[in-house]
Structure formats: C-alpha cells, structure tokens
Design a binder for this molecule. Structure first.
Ligand SMILES: [Zn+2]
Length: 294
C-alpha cells in the first residue's frame, strides 16, 4: 500500500488551525495528528486499515443495549431532566428519536441517509425530519429545541465546525447539545494501531480528542463545555480490535456482527468495564455536553 495520510498532513488542523504531523500506526499506515490539540485526521483516499464495504457494523441486541445506555446518559446530562423537544443530527433508523417520542418529547432530525436503513414509522409520522445534510436544514421558522444531539456522527460529517454551528442555531438559548464520538486520545489507537476497531469504518474521517472537541464547542459559542468518557459505550470495541490485530487472517468483513466476536465481547465485558473504571484512557468514546448561553 502507498504511504497514507499525506493529503491530510498538508492541511492545518480543522479545529485549532495548528500544524498537522504524521502519526504512524502500529501495524502500518498513518494518520495526521494536530501538534496542538491532538485531533486526528484520516486521508479518505488512502485510508489505513483494511475496511468494510458498509458503514453499518451493528447487531440488533447490542444496538438495543447501546441505545438504552446512551439514552440514559443523555437524560442524566440534560439539566432539568427529560427534554421536551429534541433534534437529532444523523437519526439513522430513528430508534433514539423514538425513545424521546415515547418519553413525550417532540422530535426532529436530519440525516443524509448514509446508512440506508428503514426509519421507524412513528418517527416518520410524528417527527419533523429532513433527508439532507444538517447544514441544509431550514432554520427559519422552526422552533428551537431543548436538546440537539448526535450519536457517532461528528466523525463522519464533511465539516464538524459547520455541524456545531448549525446545532447552535437549532438549540434554544439555555438549551443543551450533546455529541458522542470516538476518542482519538484513547489508549486503543496506540494499543491496536491499524487494527483499532474505529478505523474499520471507512467513513470515520476524523477522531476528536477531549481537547479538540472542547475547543470546537467553545469556538461555536457554547458555554459550560464538558467532555466525559462514558464507561459503557462501545463495549465490544476491544474484542473486535483484538481480533483484527491478532487474528487478521480469520477476520471476516464486518467482524463485529459475527457471533463469535459478539460472544467474546459480551464475555469480556466485565473485565473491560473493570479496566475502564480505573483507567479512563481505555474508554473509546467522548461525550460532549455543552450549553447555548441563555
Ligand atoms: Zn488542533
């Protein structure tokens, strides 16, 4: 394979504008890393790590567990409890919007349909949905919402700065935004290198650090910016990355969806949780919570 990451290294950091440097991955290939905020960029044309054809690596039971955990994490982080109105950036199948709808909230969202999966019919019937990119959502006339959120979406979008700017416009003054995204400053990147599960998805074009994520939110005008590292998100990431790293020959495409890896992931969950509890650097996800000034 040719040298990778070259085009990204020629650019300044998309968040803080400092210089990007080559960041070599164990096992081959490289990313571009900001020398100031640690933000990681990937060269899409020459993405390191053998990757899948499809962006979707989910499995129904795990998706359900993840949905519940994420919903609770967002409710806990929202001031005043359950928000009465929400907007989801990248709603996918609409399952999270459905949770908020069942909880009594009015729902809205935008998704460029990158996953091409069916959307919950009640969400379609009762949600104010836009099929385009979030930057194209009409903001005039729409009521601002209590909560704007995106779950594993900032690592995919063309321009995360523009996405946060739109989120700022969509949320009401005093309202909250929350975003979940893979942690580019977690131990997994260094431990697993090119086999890191988060690199399996070819549409992951960047990885935030706690620093770059907080900077992006602050630059967008948000206050009370907080970045958490949830213990429970992406539980099977470690098992899937380990299989990629140490058993590459036996690795089927879309390895996370295979029964063996799911079983391994669930069996290893208590161990992974114990390790993550004492070592936050092992947690593979960042959870941004920020507020638009009242
Ligand atoms: Zn930077």
């Amino acid at each position: 394979m040719a040298a990778t990451g070259v085009a990204a290294i020629r650019e300044d950091c998309e968040i803080c504008r400092a210089r990007m440097r080559p960041f070599a991955l164990r096992g081959g290939g490289e990313l571009a890393r900001c020398e100031r905020c640690g933000h990681l960029l990937r060269d899409l044309d020459e993405a390191p790590g053998a990757h899948r054809d499809l962006a979707y690596g989910g499995e129904p039971t795990l998706d359900r567990i993840r949905l519940d955990l994420t919903y609770r994490a967002m409710r806990r982080a929202a001031p005043g409890g359950t928000p009465r109105s929400v907007f989801e950036v990248g709603y996918g199948s609409g399952s999270m919007l459905r949770r908020f709808l069942d909880g009594g909230a009015s729902i809205a969202g935008a998704d460029p349909d990158q996953l091409r999966i069916d959307v919950d019919p009640r969400v379609v019937a009762q949600g104010r949905l836009s099929g385009g990119a979030v930057e194209d959502v009409p903001r005039d006339g729409a009521d601002p919402v209590d909560l704007v959120y995106g779950i594993h979406v900032l690592e995919h979008v063309v321009d995360p700065v523009a996405t946060l700017a739109v989120a700022f416009e969509l949320v009401r003054p005093g309202g909250t935004v929350q975003f979940f995204t893979p942690a580019g400053d977690s131990d997994g990147v260094r431990l697993y290198g090119a086999a890191w599960w988060m690199l399996e998805d070819p549409t992951h074009v960047r990885f935030f650090t706690a620093d770059s994520l907080a900077r992006a939110a602050t630059d967008a005008g948000f206050v009370d910016v907080e970045v958490r590292r949830p213990v429970l998100d992406s539980l099977t990431t470690d098992a899937a990355s380990a299989v990629r790293r140490w058993r590459p020959a036996s690795r089927p495409r879309g390895v996370l969806a295979s029964r063996g890896v799911i079983a391994t992931g669930l069996a290893s969950a208590p161990l992974v949780l114990a390790a993550r509890a004492v070592r936050p650097g092992l947690r593979p996800t960042l959870h941004l919570i920020a507020r638009r000034p009242a």
